[in-house]
Design a protein around this ligand. Structure first.
Ligand code: SF4
Length: 480
């Protein structure tokens, strides 16, 4: 059975909405937006950097096979192990097997969207291994039993009062609402776990092909502890995280922290090239890199959709998105939310499963304006809308035949003036059958999909008649 977290879709969304959305989300995202603006203003060459970042990502996407092969060779040369996982299930199986071979009972984890994607914690739990999230936000949502609601701040939807209530309930203490105290409590609980963990699990922000280096960018230091304290370190990373070399990395490090949190550089930037080589060196005795495909190779075949892999997961697009700011992350139904979720989820899960997401956007373009690697998010949304409606070489249409037929009929009617005129005369004839208090309701399928949830005004606004009247009135006025 699949361990991948289920896409919940919009219909189930209302059951997952904590009370604090959207005020908590808006407060936090507004802070990030102003922080980003201030840091970006300090760099006159910002636009140039964005272009370079975008070009490097595109080049890497087009040559991913070459760079991944180079990465594998260099990780192995540095003494690490490389595993290729085609699916989420395979990735979970690999990590569980490594853990079992080393008799691991407790694993400490740093924040990783790849492990959220594959549902690793549940797979480990099933195998009797306790997986403890050690990033503060991830620890909070693990206690709450939910997924992340933002790419970089997973518990952004919760206010300090709600976190205090959660700690009180789950840790059986009387937790205060002071954030510093709450962080201290979490630190105290987690220190114990670090000391007893047999395995550290991390994700990775970048994979440098040139040297086989895993790069982790964090702010809390827990990533460093996960990757150095236990003797065994397993990194689960999507193949799209590959970059060619260290020179490229300097560009992305400049773009990432500024776009994500409004920092010049994140507090911890860690470079891991294989396990420790000598006694006395820091680091684990054994280092495993699990390279996750999970549908990425298929997305690479779509020349428009694959630009999604330029993403460096900064979250800036969510912070400015008017939809995200009002509905929060859970509305997107999967582990990744915001505009990037709206273009990634339908491609990874299939347009049949996540067909609503490309339409849940105003296409205002704010996301594309802030994206540090210039992903044309609105253009990809439109491309995916087309795929959902009409289907193409990558997916069958996800919109039902009657709805597509109705849309096609409307399109023909609106483009032929005689048909438009005839329809304008015929449609008002059905008003008496469905009219209730000046609105039409209880219409047959497919119009029932509309009238079930929102009112439809009666047919009758005869535009041409109205326009003729307006012109004749205006004509009279100007003649006087
Ligand atoms: S799409 Fe762009 S702005 Fe959004 S998370 Fe990815 S890199 Fe950041």
């Amino acid at each position: 059975m699949s361990e991948t977290p289920t896409y919940i879709g919009f219909e189930e969304y209302s059951q997952h909405v904590p009370a604090s959305i959207p005020s908590a989300v808006q407060q936090a995202t507004n802070r990030f937006v102003s922080g980003r603006a201030a840091r970006v203003a300090e760099l006159p060459q910002w636009e140039e950097l964005r272009q370079i970042g975008s070009d490097i990502r595109l080049h890497t996407i087009e040559n991913m096979d070459v760079y991944l092969t180079q990465l594998e060779e260099n990780v192995k040369a540095a003494g690490g192990h490389v595993h290729w996982a085609e699916t989420a299930e395979e990735a979970n199986r690999i990590v569980v097997q490594i853990a079992q071979e080393h008799h691991v009972k407790i694993a400490v984890k740093s924040k990783s969207m790849a492990t959220e994607e594959i549902g690793l914690n549940r797979a480990l739990e099933k195998a009797g291994i306790q997986a403890i999230e050690t990033d503060l936000g991830e620890y909070i949502i693990q206690l709450a039993g939910t997924g992340p609601s933002h790419i970089i701040v997973p518990a952004v939807h919760l206010k300090k009062e709600e976190v205090a209530a959660l700690f009180s309930e789950k840790l059986d203490i009387n937790a205060p609402t002071d954030p510093i105290e709450l962080a201290r409590i979490a630190r105290e609980v987690l220190r114990e776990k670090f000391l007893h963990a047999g395995m550290g699990i991390t994700g990775g922000n970048f994979l440098v092909a040139e040297t086989g280096t895993l790069v982790m960018v964090t702010n809390e230091g827990n990533g460093r502890m996960c990757s150095t304290m236990p003797d065994l370190h397993v990194a689960v990373v999507g193949i799209d995280k590959i970059i060619p070399d260290w020179e490229s990395l300097t560009v992305f490090l400049k773009l990432l922290a500024r776009s994500a949190t409004g920092q010049k550089l994140s507090t911890y930037t860690q470079f891991i090239t294989g396990p420790r080589r000598e006694e006395g060196e820091f680091g684990p005795k054994e280092f495993h890199m699990v390279l996750l495909d999970n549908g990425r190779s298929d997305i690479l075949k779509d020349p428009v959709g694959r630009e999604v892999f330029k993403c460096i997961r900064c979250g800036a697009c969510a912070n400015v998105c008017p939809v995200y700011k009002n509905v929060g992350g859970f509305a997107y139904g999967w582990f990744i939310s915001g505009p990037i979720g709206a273009i990634l989820s339908p491609q990874m899960l299939g347009t049949q499963a996540a067909r609503e997401l490309p339409f849940a956007s105003t296409l205002c373009g704010a996301c594309a304006e802030v994206c540090p690697v210039k992903i044309p998010i609105p253009a990809i949304l439109l491309h995916l809308r087309r795929r959902v409606a009409q289907g193409d070489a990558f997916a069958l249409p996800a919109i039902s035949m009657p709805i597509r037929a109705t849309a096609r009929l409307s399109s023909v009617t609106l483009s032929q003036s005689w048909m438009y005129r005839v329809a304008g005369r015929l449609l008002p004839l059905i008003n008496p059958f469905f009219r209730r208090n000046n609105w039409l309701s209880g219409m047959p399928y497919p119009l029932s999909r509309w009238t079930k949830v929102r009112p439809l005004p009666p047919f009758g606004a005869r535009f041409r008649t109205w326009w003729k009247n307006v012109r004749s009135v205006r004509g009279k006025d100007s003649a006087q």
